[in-house]
Design a protein around this ligand. Sequence first.
Ligand SMILES: Cc1cc2nc3c(=O)[nH]c(=O)nc-3n(C[C@H](O)[C@H](O)[C@H](O)COP(=O)(O)OP(=O)(O)OC[C@H]3O[C@@H](n4cnc5c(N)ncnc54)[C@H](O)[C@@H]3O)c2cc1C
Length: 420
Amino acid sequence: MTATESSEETTVDESSEAKFSLELNQDQKDIQEWVHGFAENVMRPAAHEWDEREEFPWEIVQEAAKIGLYGFEGTAQFFADPTGLSLPLVNEELFWGDAGLGMAIQGTGLAVASIFGQGTPEQMGEWVPQCYGTEDDVKIAAFCASEPDAGSDVSGVRTNAKYDEAKDEWVINGQKAWATNGGIANVHVVIASVDRELGSRGHAAFIIPPNTPGCSQGAKVKKLGIRASHTADVHLDDCRVPGNCLLGGKEKLDERLARVREGKKGKQQAAMATFEASRPIVGAQAIGIARAAYEYALQYAKDRVQFGRAIIENQAIAFTLANMALEIDAARLLVWRASWMGRNQVPFTKAEGSMSKLKAGEVATWATERAIQILGGNGYTREFPVERMHRDAKIYDIFEGTSEIQRLVISRSISGVKIK
Ligand SMILES: Cc1cc2nc3c(=O)[nH]c(=O)nc-3n(C[C@H](O)[C@H](O)[C@H](O)COP(=O)(O)OP(=O)(O)OC[C@H]3O[C@@H](n4cnc5c(N)ncnc54)[C@H](O)[C@@H]3O)c2cc1C
């Protein structure tokens, strides 16, 4: 069955655009093979070097842009897949290639997801291409929600945006923390409070156009893993942006704020809307890392001889590899389900997006650690890639909602109880 054919076996909402299928169609297989080739031939040979350099790998992103893998059109094509599976397929293959380089290529996606999720069609048309630039002049974008005192608790956002009616401009002040591509991005999407009394319901998302005075990079963060990806603080000092840089527009914001002030339910908060849509994609990235470590450990276990036999002949090793294969496939099924649901607007009734990211992140952290164990002393050295994969994997328990926060979201969702 292809992704678009119907079947009596499918159990999903009849009105949905594309039926769920585990069999990839030819387009998806082609995309998968194409990205795999780039990951194998361009990313893998460069991975160690860029991890050691801890710099943004513009050359690699440029290579990706040249073949259409990085850019507006490529992203639009992956996003257009009605099954929702192309984006996780692309991400799994890229991160199988290398997570630091993968994040350099995919980091722009979070800002783009925010513009797609909350922007008007005009804003999408104006800003999304500027997030990517062109194949000859590559650009990147940053999504800035976190702050020194607002990580898991986004309601703590202190960055504020005030409307200057006379000039039809927003004036933004604050400090953002941990922003992927922060300060080196062409376009920054910033979450700011327009009414602190309303907590996260008083948040809105703003575009900071290229070279806007008052927007600057703070300290660059030195990290355990994904070291080719740039992470930094972003300072916003009397940063003035045109009125039409408010994503979704002022009329919509005013309506939403009025509803919230009247005690009615506001629509989804600005940062949350972005994270909800992107969680399965982030999960797919974690699966790519886990699969890379599993494949490496499997081959190593077949080659390495101790006590006169390949170490895989010992159940302790073979069962570990069996569990790795099992867990990776289980995580991928959750990711594909959530991606399909998200793309087809099937409501997440059990926080399926969070489930997918939680499972994939924990599988990646666990599987890469087990891979080090299977490689023994070699696994612990920088001569072999699994230690890098383990360092890279750990971030998937932390960013875009920590594992604890995902469990909070899931437990609230299944119980209806405000679990703390
Ligand atoms: C490499 C990297 C890249 C990042 N990129 C971006 C980006 O591009 N844009 C962006 O906006 N942010 C980004 N972040 C920020 C990231 O999303 C936050 O680090 C993350 O949300 C956790 O926030 P925190 O670090 O403040 O931890 P805290 O919120 O301080 O949490 C500390 C610990 O307490 C636990 N905890 C907190 N509250 C609860 C609770 N209610 N119940 C149980 N446990 C709880 C957490 O799970 C965690 O274990 C990035 C971070 C890193 C490290």
